[in-house]
Design a protein around this ligand. Structure first.
Ligand code: PLP
Length: 341
């Protein structure tokens, strides 16, 4: 996976135009309303965007029936995942994470001393909640969950996830990463944050809202917990730019764009599923904008096949297996992927 990642990065900007399917980006965004708001916000970029931060925190709060005090803004959710890792080190606790999952934030946390234990997914590549629960030890102070999970695209049954939170959050911090919930209407657990100060929910504008390059994410939590997190930011809630804040605010009102992205994503995913089926490649139906598939019955080199057609971004996972992940691009792009396979 590292080799492929470095190939993607080294090849950017690419020598020839490549179809980029490695980062679970949304090929359609930002939304038309967000683009306009971002262009307008350039003019006011000589000022710190204090009002825009307040507006966005309020607006996000409303989206989940919460308040501005339940929201902390970051330059992408990655910034905030990193802060939660650092916070756990400060509390002298260890962490438990699923394997395989979205663990980009863990090397930085390890570097500053976080001890991380992993729990394997179930055979159907779903997070093993009882394994996670059983793995919690007296010094475990953080449980990371990603729902839907990246790279597998699988979701936890909402009642089981809620029961896990109710059971674990009284004694241990849960960091629930909901980067992809919007693609398939996976229910958010935001309704629980005021009841459980130990529950933190990470969200992003990088995925369904198509603003990965604008770098804007947030965490929802109890106001007390939000204060803890913001106290670890060099300037509370001030890492996002005026332009990104304006785009995010506008994109929350552009509901038809979200519907469009979801619909196109579903169509493009179907094209990819059909190509995989034809090639005898098994896959896990995904609730996200990427697909996890297993090339063990496929004799050809799928990475080379796609690269030959100008498609970059397949990543491999699970050592000594042939599990891969590919981001779902546009309908046209997935037609090219299908053709290449
Ligand atoms: N969480 C998950 C599960 C992701 O897959 C990603 C990015 O791919 C992120 C968080 C980071 O998103 P952001 O762009 O908000 O930093």
């Amino acid at each position: 996976a590292r080799k492929i990642e470095s190939r993607i990065i080294n090849n950017f900007p690419p020598s020839k135009p490549m179809i980029r399917l490695g980062f679970n980006e949304n090929p359609y965004g930002p939304s038309p309303m967000a683009r306009k708001a971002m262009m307008d916000a350039i003019n006011g970029s000589n000022r710190y965007p204090i009002d825009a931060v307040d507006q966005l925190r309020n607006r996000i709060g409303k989206e989940y029936n919460l308040n501005a005090s339940n929201v902390v803004i970051g330059a992408g959710s990655s910034e905030l995942l990193g802060i939660v890792g650092a916070w756990t080190v400060m509390k002298k606790g260890t962490a438990i994470v699923p394997e395989v999952s979205f663990l980009s934030w863990t090397p930085a946390a390890k570097k500053i001393g976080l001890d991380i234990k992993t729990v394997r997914l179930t055979g159907s590549r779903v997070i093993d909640l009882s394994g996670m629960k059983n793995g919690i030890e007296s010094n475990t102070k953080l449980v990371y969950l990603c729902n839907p999970n990246n790279p597998t695209g699988t979701v936890l049954p909402p009642n089981e996830l809620e029961a896990f939170i109710r059971n674990v959050a009284p004694t241990c911090t849960i960091l629930l990463d909901e980067a992809y919930t919007e693609f398939n209407d996976t229910p958010s657990m935001a309704k629980l944050v005021n009841e459980f100060p130990n529950l933190l929910i990470a969200k992003t504008f990088s995925k369904v809202y198509g603003m990965a390059g604008a770098r804007l994410g947030y965490v929802l939590a109890h106001p007390q917990t939000i204060s803890e997190i913001t106290s670890l930011q060099p300037w509370a809630n001030a890492s996002a730019s005026a332009v990104s804040l304006a785009g995010a605010l506008a994109s929350l009102d552009d509901k038809s764009f979200v519907i469009y992205c979801k619909t196109e994503n579903a169509k493009a995913k179907d094209i990819f599923y059909n190509a995989l089926k034809k090639a005898n490649i098994s896959y896990i139906p995904s609730s996200t904008n990427f697909v996890y598939f297993n090339c063990e019955n496929y004799s050809k080199d799928i990475v080379a096949q796609l690269e030959a057609k100008g498609i970059a971004g397949i990543r491999t996972y699970e050592k000594n297996t042939r599990w891969c992940r590919l981001t779902v691009g546009t309908v046209e792009e997935m037609g090219k992927v299908a053709e290449a396979i």
